[in-house]
Design a protein around this ligand. Structure first.
Ligand code: KIV
Ligand code: ZN
Length: 513
């Protein structure tokens, strides 16, 4: 048996199905490069037929990714597969991933087809994909609620048709570990040609069991796990990459399998995904949560001081969580700054470095200690930008215990300068009302959240702001040492995302096969 488990990252596809999630092409490319650097085996870049925006993003990622396999998703029909191939064909290692449901619930109520009709479509789809590339993955959607014998027949025929990976999704997060392990064992034993393909699993977290189910699957013969950074994804999300990878690494003594992930890249990748998507990592989240390595109880602290292994099963360094260091200060030069940016995993042009360095110097005047997280915030906010419709050029707010909060805002909309002022119930409210006045925005503010990026009263504030309009939800983020400016940036970033999503990502999927 192979001793490696392949890691198939679907942050940019299933992860993108998280509520409120939206990334523009430039952001997706940044995430893809980081994920490649993390050492995953496959990057599922998107669902090309879903929209023009999705297609262009997959195409751009295929062109950028250097070593890793890039997969495009397609339903089991010719139109989807041809479109997916057009999107990934320029990748150095392209893959097509096609799927169709295997459960009677889906066949009866959604597809309205018989088992034999669905089998035919599955085989036809795999053959079509195989006519383009050798790397073909077939998924039997809702596999865990399917009849085992039918599922086995379906994946067996998919392998005969040319699938090199067969995937068993727990689409609705219904499986429990014992039963899921038995299903994988059954497929390993009863599908005669199973040895010709890699058996993969794709678990959703509706019962909080995605990682446990993935783990038992590899213990029973699966050799690929599909997962996402921070476990983001449809509904309750997918198997968290960082959790399954570290479970395999830390318990290699018991499981005997490992991955090719460069685990010290886990934390920076998690932070990047969280900052770009605006989906916050809960503090007690395993591996990458803020408290994952924090010891609170006196007894634990005492043990850690005496010998780390008393209460620590892995070191923070293994997952790339170094002590927050004072990275640079007022007197740091351009060279040191450039090196630091590089070591954080950013590949910036010389012009971008110059701009970032200027902003960094300004920040040093405002803030005593500048940390890695501050530099990442500068890069996310100021440097890597898409051509935005809305831009904040000036903000002034007056407020106080005896004053009515008043904001004056100047913005550029498609390059045209517009200025306005308004009152509010507080400084943030005044700023938001003024931005609304200028932009004519009619979206609903679903959530507004403020965090400090690092400690201290001079910390940069990070604001996240969720907007909804016509069923489309987005999360914008902004950071600044001034919390009102950070709030305005977050609101405007959300407006830009809303504009982008309405323009490019509105799905053109017809919902039939
Ligand atoms: O959850 C699921 O079934 C999927 C498939 C498309 C693999 O995401
Ligand atoms: Zn899924």
């Amino acid at each position: 048996m192979a001793e490696w488990v392949r890691i198939f990252d679907t942050t940019l596809r299933d992860g993108e199905q998280s509520p409120g999630f939206s990334m523009n092409v430039a952001e997706k490319i940044r995430v893809a490069k980081r994920i490649e650097n993390l050492g995953v085996d496959v990057i599922e870049a998107g669902f090309p037929v879903a929209s023009v925006g999705d297609f262009e993003a997959v195409q751009a990622i295929a062109a950028e990714v250097k070593k890793t396999v890039v997969a495009g998703l397609a339903r089991a029909n010719i139109k989807d597969i041809d479109r997916a191939w057009k999107a990934v064909e320029k990748a150095r290692k392209p893959m097509l991933h096609t799927f169709i449901s295997s459960s009677d619930i889906h066949l009866e109520h959604q597809l309205k087809m018989s088992r034999s009709e669905v089998l035919k479509l599955a085989v036809k789809a795999v053959k079509r994909a195989k006519s383009y590339t050798d790397r073909v993955e077939f998924s039997a959607m809702d596999a865990t609620r399917s009849d085992w014998a039918y599922l086995g027949q379906m994946i067996g025929e998919a392998i005969d048709a040319g699938a090199t990976t067969v995937n068993i999704p727990d689409t609705v997060g219904y499986a429990v570990p014992g039963e899921f392990g038995d299903l994988i064992q059954y497929l390993m034993d009863d599908v005669p040609n199973i040895g010709k393909a890699v058996l993969s699993v794709h678990c959703h977290n509706d019962l909080g069991l995605a990682v446990a189910n993935s783990l038992i699957a590899v213990q029973n013969g699966a050799r690929q796990v599909e997962c996402t950074i921070n476990g983001i994804g449809e509904r309750a999300g997918n198997t968290a990459l960082e959790e399954i990878v570290m479970a395999l690494k830390v318990r290699k003594d018991s499981i005997g399998l490992d991955t090719r992930i460069r685990t010290e890249q886990i934390y920076p990748t998690s932070r990047l995904v969280s900052s770009i998507t605006g989906i916050r990592v809960q503090p007690n989240k395993a591996i990458v949560g803020a408290n994952a390595f924090a010891h609170e109880s006196g007894i634990h602290q005492d043990g850690i001081l005496k010998e780390k292994s008393t209460y620590e099963i892995m070191t923070p360094q293994t997952v790339g969580l170094s002590q927050r260091t004072l990275v640079l200060g007022k007197h740091s030069g351009r060279h040191a700054f450039r090196d630091r940016v590089k070591s954080l995993g950013y590949d910036l042009t010389e012009d971008q470095i110059q701009n970032a360095f200027q902003i960094f110097k300004n920040l040093c005047d405002l803030k005593k200690h500048v940390y890695d997280e501050d530099i990442e915030a500068i890069i996310a906010d100021e440097i890597i930008q898409i051509p935005d419709k809305y831009r904040l050029t000036f903000l002034s707010v007056t407020s106080g215990s005896e004053l009515i909060p008043t904001a004056t805002v100047q913005m550029e909309i498609d390059g045209k300068v517009i200025k306005a002022a308004d009152l509010g119930n507080g400084p943030v409210d005044a700023a938001f009302k003024t931005i609304k006045k200028i932009t004519g925005d009619t979206s609903n503010l679903l959530r507004y959240e403020v965090d400090a990026i690092t400690g201290g009263t001079d910390a940069q504030g990070e604001v996240k702001c969720n907007l909804e309009k016509n069923g489309i939800t987005v999360i914008g983020r902004g950071s600044d040492t001034d919390i009102i400016v950070a709030s305005a940036k977050a609101y405007i970033s959300a407006l830009n995302k809303l504009n982008y999503k309405q323009k490019y990502l509105t799905t053109d999927l017809d919902r039939t096969l």
